[in-house]
Design a binder for this molecule. Structure first.
Ligand code: SF4
Length: 445
């Protein structure tokens, strides 16, 4: 088993300060461990454009799941015409991906690392107001963040004329109301504005028309937490941490029936097998690995034969899944895949915002079929219908990427475990037109 605490700042820029998993690092300890060094350095020596240039050159990718280059995203913001122009930086802490808790971990253990990342990023894009959009259920995170914001204000890291640099920044915590779709950046912006959290049409993109119609950048917690170390140590150092096209480190983990469930800061490029065997210490006695989801419930289910793939954005895409949050879920041999997928699709069906028809109607329809299969009441043609639903909710078929993510475990589940679906079919039952959410489907013909 790898020792969580055996690390240094060179190789573990996110977590090297943590020496006790049961406590948080507040301002004194954080400052004693090079906390706010990057901010002091940047405000004194670097222009906002220079900070953007360092982050661009570091090739830091967003850690929320999409993997878009952070520096490029910042660079999309229009150049600021005057100092009084409003623009916003939003920290996306609406962590609702089932199986994932990496952002909560960072907020609760290292609240000042996140704050320093927010302040530096706001400086780079010229934002004078930042919102931390926090999942409502993260009650302890909110308390710790409030305390830390107050500490940072008292040291003039937040507020007016920060460290005599002329840079001003306010930080507010905005708690969500418990909707998964708020993780989508435009739905999140609508939610802060007090509107129903439907995703918005794009373009215009938030970089030009975001919160209150002003230029806005939305970054994930872990993304922002990477910024201080990159600014302090430089982009070359960051790129050299990993032996991979994806630079730096990533919080990765394993949950399920493994001996040592948890998350760890690791360089991109280690294999899923290393993560499972060296860090999570393999499956518990009496269980074997049947399948795994690489990064949360919206990532395509994979079989044991893919464990040797490198944990990075591109490699996982190539094998037909997504890295997502990189907090993997182990599915053991005691679990029926159809039941598991029913559980997952029930979650996504509930969390659909209902804006577009394929997603709003397709997900409840898939649940009806999956329930029949679980109860061995399935009929011939049901699995083909599930495949059709997956296709109709695929990339480009719906208004936002929620639906493709929702059906991706189902699509792969059918591909790799078809037999378990077929086992739910009662061949004695007559084939008939399935009801589509209460409407007989043949009324459309
Ligand atoms: S895909 Fe789903 S979540 Fe996205 S807009 Fe359509 S209904 Fe809403």
């Amino acid at each position: 088993m790898k020792n969580f605490f055996n690390k240094n700042e060179e190789t573990h820029p996110l977590t090297w300060r943590i020496k006790d998993l049961n406590s948080s690092i507040f301002i004194d300890e954080y400052e004693n461990k090079k906390g706010y060094f990057a901010l002091k350095f940047a405000l004194k020596n670097l222009s906002p454009d220079e900070v953007i240039s360092i982050i661009k050159s570091s090739k830091l990718k967003g850690r929320g799941g999409a993997g878009f280059f952070t520096g490029k995203k910042w660079d999309l913001m229009p150049k600021k015409k005057n100092i009084l122009e409003d623009r916003y930086l939003i920290c996306n802490a609406d962590e609702m991906e089932p199986g994932t808790y990496k952002d909560r971990f960072l907020i609760e253990k290292l609240p000042h690392l996140l704050l320093e990342g927010i302040i530096l990023s706001a400086y780079a894009i010229g934002a004078s107001v930042s919102y931390i959009f926090l999942r409502e259920e993260y009650v302890l995170s909110k308390i710790l963040l409030e305390k830390s914001i107050l500490e940072a204000k008292n040291k003039n890291y937040i507020g007016k004329n920060i460290l005599n640099s002329g840079f001003n920044l306010k930080i507010f915590i905005h708690t969500g109301a418990g909707r998964y779709i708020c993780g989508e950046e435009t739905a999140l912006i609508n939610s802060i504005e007090g509107k129903r959290p439907n995703p918005r049409y794009k373009p215009p993109f938030p970089s030009h028309f975001g919160l209150w119609g002003k230029p806005t950048c939305v970054n994930n917690v872990e993304t922002l937490a990477n910024v201080p170390a990159i600014v302090l140590n430089g982009s070359s150092w960051y790129k050299n941490i990993s032996n991979n096209d994806d630079t730096g480190t990533k919080l990765m983990g394993f949950s399920g029936k493994v001996k040592n469930p948890g998350l760890w800061e690791v360089p991109f490029g280690l294999t899923a097998r290393e993560l499972l065997e060296d860090y999570a210490c393999g499956m518990k006695d009496g269980y074997s690995l049947k399948a795994w989801l690489p990064g949360g419930s919206s990532t395509g289910i994979l079989t044991e034969s893919y464990l040797d793939v490198s944990m990075d954005f591109n490699s996982i895409n190539i094998i037909g899944s997504r890295l997502g949050t990189a907090i993997s879920i182990a599915v053991d041999n005691s679990i029926n895949i159809v039941s598991l997928l029913l559980n997952i699709e029930m979650f996504f069906s509930r969390e659909s915002c209902g804006w577009c028809t394929p997603c709003r109607e397709g997900l409840p329809w898939s649940i009806k079929i999956l329930k029949d299969l679980v109860n061995k009441n399935g009929r011939l043609g049901d699995v083909e219908m599930l495949e059709k639903i997956c296709k109709n909710l695929g990339i480009g078929k719906t208004f936002c990427s929620f639906a493709p993510g929702a059906v991706s475990p189902l699509y792969n589940g059918i591909k790799y475990f078809r037999e378990e679906f077929d086992n739910g079919i009662d061949t004695n039952l007559p084939i008939y037109e399935k009801k589509v959410c209460g409407i007989q489907s043949n009324i459309f013909s």
